[in-house]
Each structure stands twice: as C-alpha cells, then as structure tokens.
Design a protein around this ligand. Sequence first.
Ligand code: BKV
Length: 449
Amino acid sequence: SPLETTKRKVAHSDQHGFSVFPDQVRVPNVIVMVGLPARGKTYISKKLCRYLKWTGFKTKVFNVGEYRRTDANAADAIHGANASFFSPDNADALKVRTEAAGRAMEDMADYLNSGAGAVAIFDATNTTKFRRKTIIEFCKNNTLRCFFIESVCDDPAIIDSNVTDVKVNSPDYKGLMSAEQAKEDFMNRIENYKKQYEPIEESEDEKLSFIKVINAGRSFKVHQVQGHVQSRVVYFLMNIHLLPRSIFLTRHGESEYNAMGRLGGDSPLTEDGRKYAVALGEFFEEESVQNLRVWCSQKVRAAQTAQYLRPEMHAEYWKALDELDAGICEGLTYEDIQQRYPKQADDRAADKYHYRYPSGESYEDVVSRLEPVIMELERQANVLVVSHQAVLRCILAYFYDRPLSELPFIDIPLHSLVKLTPRAYHCDSTIYKLDLETGEWDETSAQLP
Ligand SMILES: O=c1[nH]cnc2c1c(-c1ccccc1)cn2-c1ccc(Br)cc1
C-alpha cells in the first residue's frame, strides 16, 4: 500500500533547513493539484509535465478522473458522470472515487520509489483538508517532497472557456447528452464540489509548501517553496498565459554549406535560399500577423533569411538560437567524419541525443541553452523564430511533447514554415512548404501530439 515506508536512501535537513544528501540522492517530488472543476488543473498538470520532461526531469501525471473512468464498476454504479455521482452523500460513489484516488497514489509511489520518475503530478480536485492530509501523510511515509498548486478562479469568462473548450468534449459526457445538457450538468457538478471545498490555508500543516494561482495567473500567493524543482515550477507558472497566439518556426534558407553537404559554418544563402527569404517576406505581408516579433540566430544565413521582413517586426538576434556546434566536425561532410573520425560517427549513431561533438555540443546542451528561449516564447504573443535544424528539433519537441530520445529525428525540411497554435491540451500545427519553382506554399495541418 502507498503508506508503507520507502527503500530509497534519502536526504535529511541541516539545522538551517537545507537538504544534506548522503550520496547526492535527490528527493522525488509530488506536485498536488487543488481546485474546483474547470479551474485548469489538468491544463496546468499537462503543461507543467511537458516542461519538466523537456528540461530533463522524468515526470508523469496521475489523473484520478482517468482512474475512475477505467474502473469498470464505477461505470455501472453511476451510468456515466451525472452530477449525483459527485454529491457528497452518494456513499458508494464516494467509495469508488476514493478507491480511484488510492490506486493513483499507489501507482505514484511505485513510479517514484522505483527511481523511474523524479516528479509525479497528482491531478485531482483535492478540495478538502482531509484529502490533503492523506496526501501529506503519504508523502511523509514515502519520503517525498510535496508541493500544492491551488487554482482559484471566479472569472466566469475563464471558467466558461474551460467548460466549453474542454469539459463538454470530455469522456465523462461523450455521446451521453447534448452540449447544453453537459454544460448544465457540469455546472451542477461544480456546485456539489463547492459544498465541500476548503481552500488551502497555511495553518493546515506547518511545513506546507504551496502556490495559489488566482484567475489564471493574474496574481499568486506563494508559501514555503522548497528545493530546485518547486522553484522551477513557480517560475514556470508565473510565465505562462492563456491568450491565443501563434508561434512560427523556420530554418534559414539553403546556404552555401547546405549545398556542399557541409556541417555548421557561417556561410551565406544560395540563390535558392534567397528565393525562400523573399517568399517568407511575402508570406507575412499576406498573413499580416498582429505585432509579430522576429527572433533570429546570429548566423549570416539566418539574418539573410529574415532580411525581407518589415523592420517594425523588431528582429532580435539570439546567440542561443545558433546551430548546434559540431566542434572538430564543423565544415566537414558526413563522409569526411566517417573517414576521419569513425568512432565519433559510431558514438553519435548510438545515442544521438546525448552525443557531444569533441569541442562542440550535444542536443542535450542545445536544450539547456534554449530553456530561456522557451520561457520567453511562453511569455510572448506572436513570434517568428528563424533558426537551424537542430535548434528547431529541440523547440518542436517541447511543443509536440516528444520524448527526448526522438528529438534528434524530427523532420524539418528546408524552405518550410511551421505555424504552431497552442490549445488547452494540444498544439494545432500547420506546415507551409515552399515550391521554389512556382513560388506557391503547400499547406498541411495536424493536431499534435
Ligand atoms: O479554466 C481555468 N480556470 C482557471 N485557471 C485556468 C483555467 C484554464 C483553462 C482554460 C480553458 C481551457 C483549459 C484550461 C487555464 N488556467 C490557468 C491556470 C493557471 C495558470 Br498560471 C494559467 C492558466
């Protein structure tokens, strides 16, 4: 059961409260969501999980609703999720809901105690002190750090966008009733929870660590943040926003080195590359994106690709957007590398994400230097990024929630423009591929992941 003690060697705190690690073992973290339905708990859970995984923390969301839905007898007991299932005086339904939470906690303990995971996100309402007390006990018994994220919101516009965007299409209601009925039933479900709702108070537990997010990030209350992961979580939550916008990503146009099959360098565009730059300028004349910002790498081929965009787009040049540094292999072709450094070629093929070129970088290094770029992209509205293949693979892996091992293999052809529009739980993505002969853009759309 989740209440048995852990086998892991663990940290303890010194007299100042700083962690002292016996052998540098990090204490795993449990992030616990708190809030009424339609307060963005799943939105935060998924987005936070995606960010923490991308920065290298093995993270997993444990959504109690999914445990409840997979629980066969739950379905019989309540014929889908009408509001009565959630009324506090429906004893057997309360039992099913509690069991689902218990199984989610057991799986969380296994995930963290086995060392498979570093961070678990417990996505449930957790709206009573009693339920939170159970979780705090569970964390103490498993020597896990516990951090609560409570989302409070009384802005009807935000709640309404959630209910319509997400709830009405949720598996709880699929095919059971019309959208209007689902919405009404959902609002009743919220009323049921309100009867029992006890907002977080620091007096609940002397070592309680939490952040209250108010009205989707309009304001915050942060209390007793402990350790690296919790401070990264707070920082992330203070930088994201819900406003609709698009992020455009493109590689530079074809460069002289591309034409010769050579890696890296700082060569200018070829004639074809220049054609792409001209077409890109025309694209944004027609698309006329509101207040578009342009972020370029500091390589000549990227700056030349952006040269036909309007000056008022405030092109900024980020070194962090430069291509992966191939070190001793800069300027070589893959054949050169195979002949001169066969072992390097084998090592790279064995683990393309962690492989670092001698005197150069790995994809892992590029992800690290892109973290500030990702954080600034989260803060901004409409942005066009003009960069390089390896860099765009890292950025796309973040928005597409791709595993890091797959990141180096994401396909990004030359002369194609990616338009990302982040939605609640996925990204709408359109790829515009330029046909150099006709000057026409070929458009294909997808929902990712
Ligand atoms: O509904 C909500 N109420 C309250 N806070 C909400 C939502 C949603 C939301 C909205 C629409 C669809 C899916 C989720 C996101 N956040 C949110 C929470 C914290 C931060 Br920092 C940013 C956004």
